[in-house]
Design a protein around this ligand. Structure first.
Ligand code: 3PY
Length: 254
C-alpha cells in the first residue's frame, strides 16, 4: 500500500492545562514513531499554543472544528481556519458526529461541513472529514447511502487537487463513546465501499491516494487487527488518545 498511515487523537473537550501538559509529556517519551505513520493530536482550541510549544516535532497538531468564515469578521465564538493555520496547526477535524448531532441543538448540516472543509483547505489546513452512520441506519442496511450523502456535498464543493489535503474519517456513530467497535471485517467492507464511491464520484486516482481512517472506540487492544485491513489507513482515536494506550495504537500499524 502506497498510503502512509494516519493516527490522530481527538481529545474532544477533555483536560485542564496541567493534565494535557502531562499527556504531552507521556507521548513525548513514548518511543520512536514508526516511519510509515503520521501522528497528529487534535486538542481543545484553547490548549493548542501549549501543545504546539511542548509536543515533539514528529507529532502534528490540529483543532477539532473551525468556522465557515474565510477570514476575520463578526463571528462571535468562532475560531477561523486562518487563525488555526496562523497559530501553527496542520489539521482540523470537520463534521465529527458529535457536532453533526449538535449536542441536542440543531446540528451541522452536510453542506456546512463541506463549506468549512473548502475554507479550511483554502487557508492551508488539512482536514479529517468525518462520516458515518447511526445504529438504526446500519441495522436497516443504508450505511453506504448515509456515507454517500455526507460526502456528496464535499465532492461538489472542492476541486480534485484539494483531495490531497483530506483524510476521510469513517466513524460509525454507534461505535463512538460506547465501547462498541465495528469488527475489522465490517470496517473493511465499509472502507472499501467508501473508496469505490470516491473512485466513481471523484476519480480512481484520488480513491487510490486518499487515506480513510477508522474511528469509534479504536484502542491498543483492537488497533492491530483493524489496521491490518487493506482499506484502513489509520485511526481517529477518542478516549484512548487521552492515555498512554494511544501509542499502542501507533505501534499497532503493520
Ligand atoms: C471516538 O473514538 O470516540 C471518536 O469519536 C473519535 O473521533
Amino acid at each position: 500500500m502506497g498510503r502512509r498511515y494516519l493516527i490522530a487523537g481527538n481529545w474532544k473537550c477533555n483536560g485542564t492545562l496541567a493534565e494535557n501538559e502531562e499527556r504531552i509529556k507521556v507521548f513525548n517519551e513514548a518511543g520512536a514513531i514508526p516511519e510509515n505513520v503520521d501522528v497528529a493530536l487534535c486538542v481543545p482550541s484553547i490548549h493548542i499554543p501549549m501543545v504546539l510549544s511542548k509536543v515533539r516535532k514528529e507529532i502534528t497538531v490540529g483543532a477539532q472544528d473551525c468556522g465557515s468564515n474565510d477570514g476575520n469578521g463578526a463571528y462571535t465564538g468562532e475560531v477561523g481556519a486562518h487563525q488555526i493555520k496562523d497559530i501553527g496547526c496542520t489539521w482540523v477535524i470537520i463534521g465529527h458526529s458529535e457536532r453533526r448531532e449538535g449536542f441536542g441543538m440543531a446540528g451541522e448540516p452536510v453542506e456546512l461541513c463541506a463549506e468549512k472543509t473548502k475554507v479550511a483547505i483554502k487557508n492551508g489546513l488539512k482536514v479529517m472529514f468525518c462520516i458515518g452512520e447511526k445504529k438504526e441506519e446500519r441495522e436497516s442496511g443504508v450505511t453506504m447511502e448515509v456515507c454517500a450523502k455526507q460526502m456528496a456535498p464535499l465532492a461538489k464543493a472542492i476541486e480534485a487537487k484539494d483531495w490531497e489535503s483530506i483524510a476521510i474519517a469513517y466513524e460509525p456513530v454507534w461505535a463512538i463513546g460506547t465501547g462498541l467497535t465495528a469488527t475489522p471485517e465490517m470496517a473493511q467492507e465499509t472502507h472499501k465501499s467508501i473508496r469505490t464511491w470516491v473512485s466513481e464520484n471523484v476519480s480512481p486516482e484520488v480513491a487510490e491516494a486518499v487515506r480513510i481512517q477508522y474511528g469509534g472506540s479504536m484502542k491498543g487492544a483492537n488497533a492491530k487487527e483493524l489496521l491490518a485491513q487493506p482499506d484502513i489507513d489509520g485511526g481517529l482515536i477518542g478516549g484512548a488518545s487521552l492515555k498512554a494506550d494511544f501509542f499502542n495504537v501507533v505501534n499497532g500499524i503493520p
